[in-house]
Design a protein around this ligand. Structure first.
Ligand SMILES: [Zn+2]
Ligand SMILES: [Zn+2]
Length: 306
């Protein structure tokens, strides 16, 4: 086949760099697969056209970080995936790596870089994070009206006398005389029990709440306890993916940005991304130990090698 290609000397219509893989095709092997994937996803023609224009100009590089993308191994964190530049808007598609795609979650480009820089400043300089309103977060629920109620009851002073009994977890007044907890803590403990964490892990979370209150363990930001559509909603995070013995509280947004990174890997990539954005420093890849595209068996084999 190589001979035929040499003879026809036709260049790929997609990337314009590599030779076509057969005289009957207009694409090289890589572009052919990419074209198929785009067709499967039913992207609009103008979005597809923009992707090819991008590839002709930059080759297979991440739109956000200009890192070279992996085109074969679908389990790699650097595998080339499609990302909606504006969340949920399929008119503008860009190429990025599986990892950056997960870290960007439902943020716009501006919001993504804003939080990368905020997180990097927190870890490097100890600056605290300033929240901004997110334009696309949980947008699919925008039509619903938030139901108030339980949360407000929790924060309001109970009507009955004997209001001196305090919640043993956070110190707020309890919600009935028979309860040890305020309504907020009682709902929180219920959520924690459903998750089936080990008693030690739960005790550690309770200790965190008693000493710091409901704050994010990664950033110290106060957490939203009622509105589950908020990016600041309190969620559980395994500091090391898959290790259920160490669970911390964080907000929905940073939980999604951390994806399947260990805490060390997360801060490493936040810093690398911030340096890239500010100074154009090339991002150095580091092998990800817990990347979820690995099967348990592959994880085991990897642990033998390390
Ligand atoms: Zn090509
Ligand atoms: Zn409480």
């Amino acid at each position: 086949m190589a001979k035929t290609v040499k003879k026809c000397g036709k260049k790929c219509y997609g990337c314009g760099r590599r030779p076509v893989f057969s005289i009957h095709s207009i694409y090289c092997r890589i572009c052919d697969r990419l074209a198929f994937r785009m067709k499967e996803r039913r992207f609009p023609p103008e979005a597809v056209k923009a992707v090819w224009e991008y590839i002709r100009a930059y080759d297979y590089r991440c739109f956000y970080t200009k890192m070279l993308l992996e085109m074969d191994d679908i389990k790699s964190p650097w595998f080339c995936v499609f990302d909606h530049l504006i969340p949920l808007d399929s008119r503008r598609i860009v190429l990025t790596s599986a990892l950056i795609n997960e870290m960007k979650t439902a943020l716009s480009v501006r919001e993504f870089w804003y939080f990368v820089l905020q997180l990097a400043d927190l870890i490097v300089k100890g600056k605290s994070i300033k929240k901004i309103r997110l334009a696309h977060w949980r947008q699919q629920y925008a039509g619903e009206k938030q139901q108030g109620g339980a949360g407000e009851i929790c924060l309001a002073q109970p009507k009955w006398k004997g209001k001196h009994k305090k919640c043993c977890q956070c110190g707020k007044p309890v919600f009935t005389l028979r309860s040890k907890y305020c309504l907020r803590c009682s709902r929180f403990n219920h959520r924690m029990e459903i998750k089936g964490f080990s008693p030690e892990a739960m005790e550690e979370i309770r200790l965190h709440i008693r000493t710091n209150g409901y704050v994010c363990a990664l950033t110290g930001l106060p957490l939203e306890m009622d509105d589950y559509r908020s990016p600041w909603y309190c969620v559980f995070n395994y500091l090391t993916p898959g290790d259920h013995s160490k669970v911390v509280l964080t907000c929905a947004l940073f939980n999604e940005m951390k994806t399947d990174l260990s805490i060390k890997e997360f801060w490493y990539y936040i810093r690398q991304l911030a340096n890239y954005f500010r100074h154009g420093t090339k991002i150095r890849k580091k092998e990800l130990v817990y990347w979820y595209r690995l099967t348990p068996q592959e994880l085991y084999l990897k642990s033998l090698r390390d």
